[in-house]
Design a protein around this ligand. Structure first.
Ligand code: NDP
Length: 291
């Protein structure tokens, strides 16, 4: 059984990007973050993304807006960044306050700077297998983990549990696309799926993006399955300094006994999401500069 080291794979991508960016002598890529409010997880995610950008040589800018910001003021900020030719990538950190529609916000970002891959045009390009679009970072990271771990996908049965716009659905599209890693036979499950274990037991590759701690247990998988655990769930743990520990959607101990490959939480998909954001930013820069 191989534990897929997402930290190590993300590090090698960061090293590759750092070398690449050092070759841009006239200008460096610039990514702009917009964070609304003080949600602790968002504060920590944006900080992590900024630190990684800095390591690579990507300039990052942070725009902080209050929790009660109006939609108009947020969109004005996005428009300013859309028009700024020095800015290559724009990321509006989710979740947004309830009074602001996320899809509308993501669509306000010009597709050429949509390094999060949430814009309708980029999702459309993913459906059409048009490589000029940006793929959302978490599903792109999942595919990269599978590819770099030499897990065969062609003709194999991939079961994705979760059908969200940002993880489950794009991950399924990537696994079924013509090419590698891809060419898989894909089943997508969700909360209305009947007899989920009978389906997950048929998976050669299982991608769990559910948002429920330790949901997939050893009796739900077959011997030799490769498991990608996307979930990030906080479980109260008084022995930890911050009062919680992170667990995935997969019960690691029981599933690892049967798996050929498995990603840990933390240290699996999480670091890949950040690495893929950086990759998208460098691509946006190159496309804008025609380098
Ligand atoms: P969503 O809540 O948007 O989607 C969850 C999906 O799981 C839905 O499709 C839902 O079905 C399905 N689901 C919920 N309960 C069940 C059930 N009992 N049986 C079968 N399916 C079920 O979550 P996200 O996709 O945004 O995130 C999923 C997980 O991944 C979360 O833990 C999140 O924190 C984590 N995540 C991790 C990232 C990373 O960088 N590693 C990035 C993004 C997310 P239905 O559609 O019917 O409601």
């Amino acid at each position: 059984m191989q534990i897929i080291d997402g930290n190590a794979i993300a590090e090698s991508i960061i090293t590759e990007l750092t070398a690449h960016v050092s070759g841009f002598t006239k200008q460096k890529p610039v990514v702009a973050f917009i964070r609304v409010g003080e949600d602790p997880a968002s504060v920590s995610y944006v900080r992590k993304k900024q630190k990684t950008a800095e390591r690579i040589g990507i300039e990052s800018r942070l725009h902080l807006l209050p929790e009660d910001v109006s939609k108009e003021a947020l969109f004005e900020q996005i428009d300013v960044l859309n028009a700024d030719t020095n800015v290559n990538g724009i990321l509006v950190q989710a979740p947004l306050p309830a009074h602001i529609d996320e899809t509308e916000t993501f669509n306000r970002v010009t597709p050429e700077k949509d390094v999060d891959g949430f814009n309708t045009l980029n999702i459309g390009k993913l459906c059409q297998e048009d490589p000029s679009g940006f793929v959302a970072c978490t599903p792109a990271g999942i595919v990269e983990l599978i590819g770099r771990s030499n897990i065969e996908t062609e003709g194999r049965h991939v079961v994705v549990v979760g059908r969200s716009q940002i993880v489950g659905k794009p991950a399924a599209l990537l696994m079924m696309r013509k090419g590698l890693p891809g060419n898989a036979t894909v089943t997508v499950c969700h909360s209305r799926t009947k007899d989920l274990p009978s389906i997950t037991r048929k998976a050669d590759i299982l991608i769990a993006a559910i948002g429920r701690a330790n949901f997939v247990t050893g009796d739900m998988v077959k011997e030799g399955v490769a498991v990608i655990d996307v979930g990030i769930n906080r479980l109260a743990d008084s022995s930890k300094k911050n009062g919680y520990r992170l667990v995935g959607d997969v019960e690691f101990s029981s599933v690892a006994e049967k798996a050929s490959h498995i990603t840990p939480v933390p240290g699996g998909v999480g670091p890949m999401t950040v690495a893929m954001l950086m990759q998208n930013t460098v691509r946006a820069f190159q496309a804008a500069r025609h380098e």
